[in-house]
Structures are given as structure tokens and as C-alpha cells.
Design a protein around this ligand. Structure first.
Ligand code: SAJ
Length: 412
């Protein structure tokens, strides 16, 4: 199948890079977003998120006229849905953004169109999306009704890119493509082959949905193992970093790194989609989530105890991002720890985050200073390493001497 115009719905961390890459391959790309500021920024050839080299690709795509951002849906040959799929308070998946996307796509749908769901989704979400489209467009047929004879093709192709490496991974990663019909899978492969160098492997939509959730749950379970080890080692007075290094010398052991908890909007969220659909069966997956969510509190207790030794504790917290060398503070355990420390009122808190210029909302209201590494280390008596940013790894170790150091990332 040949595609000339592709609409990408949701111009965030996944949608915008995907739209820009498609445009760089000569396709006409219409990016749709509800955020007017984001739309205006993109149309100026600029970006509203941080991702290495994305600005260059977006500027080129806008300048050639192949990428434009709009607020209102327009007709296209294919629609790629890359909207958020968060969970609600009770950890149940919130599919309202997918439903809203279906509502906006439906009026412009034409026979022969392909709709691909890219958002990480609970099993059954692609069927739901197709169900909503069918409800809004009873004049068209869909794969769940007429299989390969359907007017509209629907598939799931979960994004799998690592923040910080999005542009490389978008092109090089293999893609799992799960159509609601074989025709839908084949059409989606044709679309992804325009920019993916990795293999495009086809399956059904439910397996594709579960594959993505499985990948992130696998990582979550393995990080939970490392985090549990770090808590065990604390009790047994063993250096967990040395322990892991030694154990990893075994040819079939490869333990991940403990940290202050698991952040980001993927690994801390997606396993709950499995737990929510199979609560009786998903025992390890659930426990891993609980263990990783407990880790920030374990770290807070350690810091509180360390601060207790000083009359006037000054606590330097190195890093606020959810992982190394990015500016993304979403669901960050480091941010959670810093916020909670300020609330506990245990001393002066100095935050060091080289990747941001100002403290985010939620921290500005609190008694927290944002400072350079040098200034913070000059003033602090307790130093907590929360993120393994390059700046911290490369710092002069002498600056840490005579301080109580709590290194959650094994940097120092
Ligand atoms: N972390 C550790 N120890 C480790 C590895 C990670 O504590 O050994 C922590 C990080 O510091 C961070 C969290 O886990 O707080 C998640 O970071 P990450 O680098 O493992 O993953 P994300 O969330 O940036 O991206 C993941 C990736 N999934 C997998 O590697 C299986 C990515 O490929 C997905 O596309 C992405 O989720 C997503 O969008 O779902």
C-alpha cells in the first residue's frame, strides 16, 4: 500500500519525532495536537520537548513544507495515534485520550484508510479503538466486522524508543505490528517500512499490545530485583555495587542497577495494565511495582537519619530527572524524594539539576534552592546522589570528602 499523507495524532515525545521522521522521508505529514502552544511552536520549526537532535529534524521537516501542525483533524491516507494512556487513581487504564482521538478521526475517515494505535495500551485497546470508530462511522466497515474485506484497516504498533535515543531507535528498532486483520498488518508494515530499518514483525493486535507491556514489565521486575538487593545489602552491611559487579561475572547473570526508585511515564505505569487485567495471576509483576514504589521512601528514611546527625543540616540533592542526562522530571523518584524532604522540614534542601534552568511547579512553593554542583557541595553536609548525570560522574571526588554521602546510583 502507498501512503502520501499521514496524520499523527499527539505531538509529544513519540508523536513529534515520528511525524518529523516520516516527513524527512518525503511524506506529507499533518501533526494534530490539542495544545495550541505546541502547534505554534512546531510550525515555527521549533520544539516544545527535549530530545537530542529532534530540533534539527523538525526544523528541516517544517522548512520543506512536509510537516505542519494543526489543531483540527484533516483527511489523510493513514492516521497514527500517539496520545497518552495514563492510569486513573485506582491504577485502572485511562483510555479517554484514545477515545477522543477516535472521535476526531472518525469524521474524516475514507475507505482505504489505515489507523494505527502507537500508544502503549492495555490488551484490547486496539479493538476498543476500532469499536469506537465503527460506532461513529456506521457507513464504513471495519476489520472486526468484515476482516480483510473491511473499508478501514486498523493495527497496533507500540512505540519502543528510549528517551534520549529516540531518533536512532525510531529507525533502528524492530517493530511489532499487530493488525486486526492480515490486510491491516500488511498495510501497517508498508507504512513503517518508509522509515524503519529494523524488522517489522506481524502478529495480532492483542499480542502486540501485550508484547510492549511485557518488555516494560520485564525491565521493572529486573530493576525491582536490584532495588530489593540494595535494601537487603543495607541491612547486611554489604556494598551492593560490588556485590552486583561480582555476581554479574557469572555468564548467565546480568543484574540491573538499583536506584532511588523507578520513574518515567512508561515502566512505572505499563505493568499496572497487566496487573489490572489479570490481578490473580500477575503476582511478581505487581510486587515489582510495589517494591520499586517503596524504594524512594527507603531513601528518604536514610537521608532523614543522616541529617539528624547535624545541628543545621544542609542537604544537597544531586539530580531531579527520572534518569540520567535528560530533563524529563515526569514521575521522577528524585523529584518525589526532594519534595518529601522539604515537607519533612529536616534542613535546608539544595537541588542540583544541570538539565533545567528553573525549579518545576510543585518545588517553587517549597523552601528549596536550585544551585550549581560546586555551590551545593560547598554548602552541604549531606550529599545525596539521586541521578547518575554525566556532570556528577565527572565531578572531582575530593569535593565529596568530609560529607555524609548517600549515593543511590553508585556514582561516587
Ligand atoms: N532504572 C534503574 N536501574 C536500571 C535501569 C533503569 O533504576 O538498571 C530506572 C531509571 O533510572 C528510570 C526508570 O528505571 O527511573 C526507567 O528508565 P529506563 O531507562 O529503564 O526506561 P524508560 O522509561 O526511559 O524507557 C522504557 C524503555 N523500555 C525498555 O527498555 C524495556 C523504552 O524502550 C520504551 O520505549 C519506553 O520505556 C516506553 O516508552 O515505554
Amino acid at each position: 500500500m502507498k501512503f502520501e499523507t499521514v496524520s499523527v495524532i499527539g505531538l509529544g515525545y513519540i508523536g513529534l519525532p515520528t511525524a518529523a521522521i516520516l516527513a524527512s522521508r518525503g511524506l506529507k505529514v499533518i501533526g494534530v495536537d490539542v495544545n495550541e502552544e505546541a502547534v505554534n511552536t512546531i510550525n515555527r520549526g521549533e520544539i516544545h520537548i527535549v530530545e537530542p537532535d529532534l530540533d534539527i529534524v523538525v526544523r528541516a521537516a517544517v522548512t520543506t513544507g512536509n510537516l505542519k501542525a494543526v489543531l483540527q483533524m484533516e483527511p489523510a491516507d493513514a492516521f497514527m495515534v500517539a496520545v497518552p494512556t495514563p492510569f486513573k487513581e485506582n491504577k485502572k487504564p485511562d483510555l479517554s485520550y484514545i477515545k477522543a482521538a477516535a472521535e476526531s478521526i472518525a469524521p474524516v475517515l475514507k475507505k482505504g484508510n489505515l489507523v494505527v494505535l502507537e500508544s502503549t495500551s492495555p490488551v484490547g485497546a486496539t479493538e476498543k479503538l476500532a469499536g469506537w470508530l465503527a460506532e461513529y462511522r456506521p457507513d464504513l466497515t471495519f476489520p472486526q466486522q468484515t476482516g480483510d474485506k473491511a473499508d478501514i484497516l486498523v493495527a497496533h504498533c507500540p512505540e519502543r524508543v528510549l528517551p534520549g535515543y529516540v531518533l536512532q531507535e525510531l529507525v533502528s528498532n524492530d517493530r511489532v505490528i499487530g493488525g486486526l486483520s492480515p490486510e491491516s498488518s500488511a498495510a501497517a508494515v508498508d507504512l513503517y517500512k518508509t522509515f524503519v530499518k529494523g524488522e517489522c514483525i506481524t502478529t495480532n493486535a492483542r499480542t502486540a499490545e501485550m508484547a510492549k507491556l511485557t518488555e516494560n514489565s520485564f525491565r521493572d521486575v529486573n530493576i525491582a530485583f536490584a532495588n530489593e538487593l540494595s535494601m537487603i545489602c543495607e541491612k547486611l552491611k554489604i556494598n551492593v555495587w560490588e556485590l552486583i559487579e561480582l555476581s554479574n561475572r557469572h555468564p548467565r547473570v546480568s543484574i540491573l542497577k538499583p536506584g532511588p526508585g523507578v520513574g518515567g511515564h512508561c515502566i512505572a505505569v505499563d505493568p499496572w495494565f497487566i496487573v489490572n487485567s489479570c490481578p490473580e495471576e500477575a503476582k511478581i509483576i505487581k510486587q515489582a511495582r510495589l517494591t520499586n514504589d517503596e524504594k524512594p521512601f527507603f531513601v528518604m528514611e536514610k537521608i532523614t537519619k543522616a541529617a539528624d546527625q547535624f545541628k543545621k543540616p544542609v542537604i544537597a540533592c544531586l539530580g531531579l530527572a527520572f534518569k540520567a542526562d535528560i530533563d524529563d522530571l515526569r514521575e521522577s523518584p528524585a523529584l518525589q524524594i526532594v519534595k518529601e524532604l522539604a515537607d519533612r522540614n529536616i534542613g535546608q534542601i539544595i537541588a542540583v539539576e544541570p538539565n533545567i534552568n528553573a525549579l518545576p511547579k510543585g518545588l517553587t512553593e517549597k523552601d528549596i534552592k536550585l544551585s550549581s554542583l560546586e555551590m551545593a557541595l560547598g554548602e552541604a553536609n549531606v550529599v545525596v546522589v539521586l541521578v547518575d548525570h554525566q556532570e556528577f560522574k565527572n565531578s572531582d571526588r575530593r569535593q565529596f570528602s568530609a560529607k555524609v554521602v548517600i549515593d543511590t546510583r553508585g556514582v561516587i
